[in-house]
Write a protein that binds this ligand. Structure first.
Ligand code: AP5
Ligand code: MG
Length: 230
């Protein structure tokens, strides 16, 4: 059960996590999901699931993902809109890695309006580019529940056993190699970083120092969620 009682909250939160590869979007989104009962919507995870399932959208997305480029707005929006129809979304969502272009941000505004929801906060997790390659290249994930780990920064309490579900199989992402990470970073700076100004103008932007510890960042994000859902 989530720690916070959803009945004490009056508004469903829509939170956006902005940040380059390895900033900690997925790590923090999963912690917020556990703590507040919000739903993590990661377009990266949705796209990887579509690729693995061999869907039409997955087949169209694969080449861009392998190259570290952004998948077209059309495919991403198709997948996201579909997921936004699920009933659990009414609990409030953490958008992890979406939107990533101005076109996606505008489409999100229209989508939320149609669902009677609005953006509570867009949080930019700010990190240094140099740290990102180290973060991403050390990352691995529980194959059973998706919990994320790191060779250096976040290891399971018992080596080889997932803290969350007890799983013993782990995977590493195909796009977590130095060359693709460099392409992902450039895509972030060219196409996604302008959204920081977009949300600043809208008065919903918060900036968080992503170079701190995982728990310190989680505390800062928790305070933002408390504020927007009060
Ligand atoms: P996506 O899956 O979203 O990848 P990304 O943005 O490159 O981000 P990552 O998942 O690599 O990083 P993260 O910020 O989640 O970091 P994490 O918490 O894991 O997208 C993949 C691809 O899909 C894109 O390249 C694109 O092709 C496509 N795509 C997805 N969405 C799209 C969209 N909207 N439009 C178009 N295309 C899209 O942390 C990383 C590691 O660091 C972990 O091991 C973690 O344990 C560790 N760590 C986390 N925080 C800290 C900390 N504070 N200190 C030390 N270590 C930490
Ligand atoms: Mg992620």
């Amino acid at each position: 059960m989530p720690e916070a009682d959803s009945q004490t909250r009056t508004k469903p939160a829509v939170l956006i996590l902005l940040g380059p590869p390895g900033a900690g979007k997925g790590t923090q989104a999963r912690m917020l999901e556990d703590k507040f009962g919000l739903v993590q919507l990661s377009t990266g995870d949705l796209l990887r699931a579509a690729v693995n399932a061999g869907t039409d959208a997955g087949k169209r997305a694969k080449a861009a993902m392998d190259a570290g480029e952004l998948v077209s707005d059309e495919i991403v929006l198709e997948i996201l809109k579909d997921r936004m129809q699920d009933p659990d979304v009414a609990r409030g969502v953490i958008l992890d890695g979406f939107p990533r272009t101005t076109g996606q941000a505008q489409a999100l505004d229209a989508l939320l309006e149609g669902q009677g929801m609005s953006i509570g906060a867009a949080i930019s997790i700010e990190v240094e580019d140099d740290a990102m390659v180290r973060r991403v290249s050390g990352r691995y994930t529980c194959a059973t529940c998706g919990e994320g780990y790191h060779d250096e920064f976040k290891q399971p309490a018992v080596a080889g056993v997932c803290d969350k579900c007890g799983g013993t199989e782990f995977t590493r992402r195909a796009d977590d190699n130095a060359e693709t990470v460099a392409a992902r970073l450039s895509a972030y700076h060219a196409q996604t970083a302008p959204l920081i100004a977009y949300y600043d103008k809208r008065g919903v932007l918060s900036r968080v120092d992503g170079m701190g510890s995982i728990t310190a960042i989680a505390e800062e994000l928790g305070a933002i969620v408390d504020k927007v859902t009060a």
